[in-house]
Design a protein. Sequence first.
Length: 93
Amino acid sequence: MNLNKLLETISKTAKIPVIELTGKSQKAEVAIPRHIFCYIASEKGITKDKIGAVINRNRATVRGSCKVVINCLQTRDKLYSELVNKIMNNINY
């Protein structure tokens, strides 16, 4: 899986510039797509170190992001569920 392509797909789907997704912002509109990037990449078997390198985070942060998405999907959080489904439908590789 090409992480940069995934990041671009999430950027377009969430309408957030890639530079924002890899930046320091903790605003929900940026953090949620970033969490989802970590989750999808991790589910595809990419190491948390590699994922973190792409978004300028460490593996502990990536692991935390994955846990947030898993918890939200288990509780059927509408915002996360809709965005994950939309992104998954836009992945063309």
